[in-house]
Design a protein around this ligand. Structure first.
Ligand code: BES
Ligand code: MN
Ligand code: ZN
Length: 498
């Protein structure tokens, strides 16, 4: 797909081209390079600010088309308030907000990365670039026509003017890997299920090999041999074969135990024999958002050569009603040996994860397992789309995820687990059943997962609310947010690379 945004860094001394974007502190204060760029326009800023009561408050902006005296096609002055308190994610949001004001027809834009108080740090400029590219993301692969009167969107070249080009470029290397990782996740989630079925998903994940990630794909005979009958049961009604993909990045000490990330990859969830209602079912092409996040994260970690050993594992299936589909009442034997009675074939994600969690836990003995899944509608009822639900057997892991969530804006809220809830999935005929009734639906789903993780530190993130159709933000306008890539990249960078 044509990238909507191309990025580069240049020196303050370069002549700005196209749309000119400046950062303005409260009190209408600009830095020296910005003042120089505005000099030919005389008192334009002061007059425009007075006319629009613009003072540089955070979130406000001035937008002047064809500013008199300047070569710029447009002048955008973004208010940043009092920038002393701005953190990494605030710079990403600033980059997103800037990009949001650049018309899609613009071929060139220049953002001068400086506050009145001085030039931005290289990392801060890289964060702006990160946010700008995420904001510019669009998925228009399948649009062959434009509405009448609508201009063709241009590919915009954004130059970020900085005090030290080499330092900014260096800081950008790791941020670029992260940005690509989020975009890879969004693309996977946006793809329709007639294009992205398990085998095709596995093929796309295999592209990680180019970055030095080893990728192993388990096909149906291999999974049968391992006894992954619970995962296979979900996929048996589909003409598309199931797959498990194991991705390994060894950037840490040789032989050191890996950390691990596991994703639910239901390429389409019809509900199976317990079929879902028609309204909104198209969204279930995104029921593989957990798996997409794991692939995007592995890309980010490998691209920035993270100093850690990591396993990424995804269970890929399609849940379809069919003569060969699994049914309510069926009992499946999981790879762990535990049996599950199927009550509802629409509670399929936990069946997929049960086998993948057990496989990763026993084969790799990881330091921790974090799984991501669009697991329950109930988590959307509980938390809306602002927080993902977090279920865990480990306070330290929760604490770290919570802090990483606050830092990146991909926030998690801890939910309870306990024996009272666990009892709700005991079954009359098998070791457990796959649903626990109407109450506490997200919790009983998590309890089932917990039965497959042993004593390993583990956190389950229920991302049904945050991954799909999430509210528009400064850094995302797409249906799929790529939620979790930035969160988990921060978790790894902050705690596991020493
Ligand atoms: N994939 C769905 C959950 C979901 C719902 C994700 C909405 C994203 C948006 C999951 O497989 C499912 O169907 N869960 C059922 C569980 C129930 C049958 C116990 C649900 O939430 O209704
Ligand atoms: Mn389902
Ligand atoms: Zn599902």
């Amino acid at each position: 797909m044509a990238e909507p945004l191309k990025l580069g860094f240049e020196a303050f001394s370069a002549a700005p081209k196209g749309v000119l974007i400046l950062l303005c502190e409260e009190g209408l204060k600009l830095g020296p390079a910005s003042r120089r760029a505005l000099a030919p326009a005389g008192d334009l800023l002061q007059r425009a600010a007075a006319a629009d009561r613009f003072t540089g408050k955070s979130g406000s902006a001035l937008d002047i088309v064809a500013p008199n005296g300047l070569a710029a096609t447009r002048l955008i002055v973004l208010g940043v308030g009092k920038p002393v308190k701005l953190k990494s994610n605030d710079f990403a949001k600033l980059g997103g907000a800037a990009m949001g004001r650049v018309p899609s027809s613009a071929t060139e834009a220049t953002l001068i990365a400086e506050f009145a108080s001085g030039a931005l740090k290289p990392e801060q400029s890289a964060d702006i670039a990160h946010g700008a590219r995420l904001r510019a993301y669009r998925f228009d692969l399948y649009k062959t026509k434009r509405k009448e009167g609508e201009d063709a969107p241009a590919s915009t070249h954004l130059a970020i003017a900085v005090s030290n080009v080499a330092a900014a470029q260096k800081a950008w290397v790791s941020r670029e890997g992260l940005t690509d990782g989020v975009i890879i996740a969004r693309d996977l989630i946006n793809e329709p299920a007639n294009v992205l079925y398990p085998v095709e998903f596995a093929r796309r994940a295999s592209a990680l090999k180019k970055l030095g990630v080893s990728v192993d794909v388990l096909d149906v005979p291999a999974m049968k041999k391992l006894g992954m009958n619970s995962l296979l049961a979900v996929g048996q009604g589909s003409v598309h074969d199931s797959r498990v993909v194991i991705m390994r990045w060894n950037g840490g000490k040789k032989g050191a135990p890996p950390i691990s990330f596991i994703g639910k990859g239901v390429c389409f969830d019809t509900g199976g024999i317990s079929i879902k209602p028609a309204a909104g079912m198209e969204d279930m092409k995104g029921d593989m958002a957990g798996a997409a996040c794991v692939v995007g994260l592995m890309h980010a970690l490998a691209a920035r050569k993270a100093k850690v050993n990591v396993i990424g594992a995804i269970g890929l299936v399609e849940n379809m009603p069919d003569g060969n589909a699994f049914r309510p009442g069926d009992i499946v034997k999981t790879m762990s040996g535990q049996t599950i009675e199927i009550i509802n074939t629409d509670a399929e994600g936990r069946l997929v994860l049960a086998d993948v969690l057990h496989y990763v836990n026993t084969k790799y003995e990881p330091k921790f397992m974090v799984n991501l899944a669009t697991l329950t509608g109930a988590i959307i009822v509980a938390l809306g789309q602002e927080y993902a639900g977090m279920f865990s057997n480990n306070d330290q892991l929760c604490d770290r995820l919570t802090k990483a969530g606050q830092a990146t804006g991909e926030r998690v809220w801890r939910m309870p687990l306990g024996p009272e809830y666990d009892k709700m999935i005991d079954s009359r005929f098998a070791d457990m059943k796959n649903t626990g009734g109407r109450y506490g639906g997200s919790i009983t789903a998590a309890q089932l997962l917990q039965r497959f993780v042993g004593k390993t530190p583990w956190a389950h993130l229920d991302i049904a609310g945050t991954a799909l159709g999430s509210p528009q933000s400064d850094i995302n306008r797409s249906w799929s947010s790529g939620w979790g890539v930035r969160l988990l990249n921060a978790l790894v960078a902050d705690h596991y690379e020493k």
